[in-house]
Structure formats: C-alpha cells, structure tokens
Write a protein that binds this ligand. Sequence first.
Ligand code: ZN
Length: 498
Amino acid sequence: MKRLWLVLALSILASACNLVATATPTLAPTPTPADDLAIYRVALTAPAQNDLALLDRPTRYSLTLTYDPATLTLSGSEEARYFNRQTAPLGEIYFRLFANYPDAGGKITVTRLTVDGVGVTPVLEAQNTALRVPLDKPLAPNASANLRLEFAVSVPRNGKAHYSDFTASDTITTLPTVYPLIPAYDAAGWHIELPPPYGDLVHADVSLYAVTLTVPSNLVVIASGSTTATRDNGNGTTTWQLVGAPMRDFDFNLTRQLRKDSAVVGETTINAWFEPADAEGGKQALQFAQDAFQVYAKRFGAYPYRELDVVETPTTAAGIEYPGVIVINRALYQDRRAQDNLEFTIGHEVAHQWWYGTVGGDQVNDPWVDEALAQYSTLIYFEDRHGSAAGQFILRNVFQSLYNRARNNGRDAAVNQPVSAFDESDYSAIVYDKGPLFYDAIRKKMGDAKFFKFMRTYYERFRYQIAFPEDILKTAEDACACGLQSEYQQWILSPAAK
Ligand SMILES: [Zn+2]
C-alpha cells in the first residue's frame, strides 16, 4: 500500500511514453490430464512451471461465485482443503472475513459450513472479522481437512472505509479479499488480530485458487491470476473461469466502463485499465508499469505469473497491492501535474509483486518487511530508468526529508514495529521513509555487486514464503560476508520503544 502524498513534487520528468504495441495474451500450455496441479500452471510462465513443487502442501481454494449488481451481492460457495503443516494437532481453523471490517459498510455472512462433510457451528471473533471453526477431532500434523461453506457478501455503494478499497462505485466494483480466507498460522498461533484502519490487512500463505465467477455479460472481470475460459450463458450472464497459484490472496474487480491497454513483457501480459476520459494517464500507467516490471525482473528475479493488472480505482490510497493486481488512485491519472506521483506509485506497487506477492511478510506485525523494500525498489527503478541523480533525488528529497521532518518533530521511532504501534502519519514517515534508509546504508557498506546479489538471493530464498525481519538481515550478511548489525540497530531497531 502507499499513502497518497498530497504534496510531493518530484522534479523528475518522465521520459516520453513509448507505448509498446498491444498484444493478445500468450496461450497457456496444455495441461497434462494425469497431473492434478496442471490447471494451476496455466497462470505461470514457462520458467515458473515447476514452482508449485516448491510449496509445502498449500491450501487449495475452489470458489463458485455469482455477482448481482442489482443487489450489490456476491454469493456462492467455497471449498478449501487445508493441510496442518505444524508439528502439533490443530483444534480449530480460522477464516478471515474482512468484508465485516468495522465501518466498511459491507457484510459477509457464512452459512452451511461443513468440515469433511459434517456440519459445524462456527464462532465469530475479532469484531466479526474472524470465523473460528472448531474441529470435533483435532487435525493431526500432516493431515488435511476439507472445509466447505456458503457465503454472501453485500458490497457497500461508494464505501469509504480502509482507503475505499471495498466499494461499488460508478466506474468499478472492487472486491479485495471478500471471500473467507484462511490466515497464516505460525509460532504466534492463528493471525486473527484486527488490523488498524490504515496499513494492509492480509497475512496469509500462498495457496492454489480455482475460481468460477458468473456476472452480467456487460461486466468485465479483472482479477488475480489468469482467465482460462469465459462462457456466455445465453441469459445475459457470462461465467469466467480463473486460476491463480501460488497466490496469497485473490482479488476481484468488476467493470463495464474501464478500457484496457496491454503490453507483453517476456511471457507476462501487463494490462492497464483506465476510465475512458483518462486514456493519456492510462497509457502512461502502462509504460511505467512495464518499465518497473523490467527493472525488477532484471535486478531481483523473474515474475512468475502470466498476467499483471494495473487498475484505476476510486481508492483514497495512492495505490494498493494484491497478488497479480495493483490498484491506483484515479486522481493520479486525472491530475496531469501528478505525473511523478503516478510514476512513483506504480513503481512502488509493482515492486510489491516481488515484495509481498511473491516474498511474503506479516503485513500487520512486520509491515516494514515489504513496505521499506517496495520503497527502496522504487528508488532503484528511478535510478535505472532515469539515472543515478533521480535515485539520489528520491533518497534526499523524499526518504531523508520526510524522515528528518518526523524526527525533528520528536516522532522518531523504531521501524521494526507493528502497524498498530504508529499513528497514520508516523507509520508513513517511519516505515516508508526511514525504513528504506536501512537499505541505502547497507548498500553503501556492501557495494552494489554484493547488494544486488543480496536482493536476488533474498527473492530466490524466500519466494512463496513468509520472510521475517531477521531473514533480511541474515541474507544481507551472507551476501556480503560482513556484519550489518550496526546499520540494523541504527535504522531498524532504534530508538527503543519508550
Ligand atoms: Zn506499499
């Protein structure tokens, strides 16, 4: 996520926008019938075809959904096969119900819940954003349970909560994590804490998704993963089949108004979706996304999915990341003076496909793990795209300047804290502006060759996993064969909480 910067003038002129010719998506390889993972591989590029073998028994979601715009209701069924990957039995499994987030104006109701075919009465917790599913018989290590449920989500019209990310607006209906999602489980137990109204909500493991979504035929579905088929039902509705894997969430957007421009980079199709009046901003968004994508693929490692959508929405954040989808504030397309802000925001959100989408982190408790690196990656993008002076400008006039302002106001704090430890303004200054200064410090100490070796190793080692703060430090120290404790202490751990 990136907060909207109300006042930020980067004196960097984007170079002329050379739109790469629109191309049709590459056809996916034909699945092998005997291979039950084949349906998911359709969403992966050829070099990533074996990536599913890296996963330790991921949850398999199967969603069958219908959206009715007359009642603003998404309803249907979900099946989730969940494996206990822990060493102790589990007495319960949780789902997150983020559509019930307080004051969001929406609601999700779960009915007919069964575990391995037997009806279970679940319990709402965490202000109705968590659903506890008690298990009659504890789920043994390595065993799996098949959870099935039906649910209905009412979508708020012009929803205002949480950056207006969950809303039926005039141009688009945005549906982030609206289905019941099994949260991460680790040494701290089930992650069912209620996140603050700023920052990101989801902390989940990568999973395998197969989705069937029926919508009125005049709506286009923009979602995580790839569309494998569409079927006109002959009754005014169309059914979309989608798959995504390995993905830690599945995002949906529905629109009849947005237009699309596309470009192909390697085997990945990047789609920019924009309002008809914002075609110029849409073209620029596509160019920025392509450029950022190429910089990160070269610097960090390959993007494994066949599709990436960049979508203009009414969000009040500058942008928000989802696996395979980023949404960008429409004001950045409409205000031509905001061009630098559009470029920075797209650089940041595209970087989240590497840091969050692929290498996961606990977005609620360790937000700096993905956010500080998405910020520093944006500096790298500006440096590679516009020259080292552009990177230095961001370092000084954005990160150092905004952090120094907070520090001079007596608001310095340790970066390594949960979102809830900060108010919204400090969250931005400390995590988004001080956090990247750690990367600048270790890059200066390591030198570029070892720093980028660290970046590539971190991506390779933790892709599809959850990375913790100490993983970053250890991987960087491994890469330089040097100690980085003093930089970590200075930029991440200090000052100690009062
Ligand atoms: Zn972010």
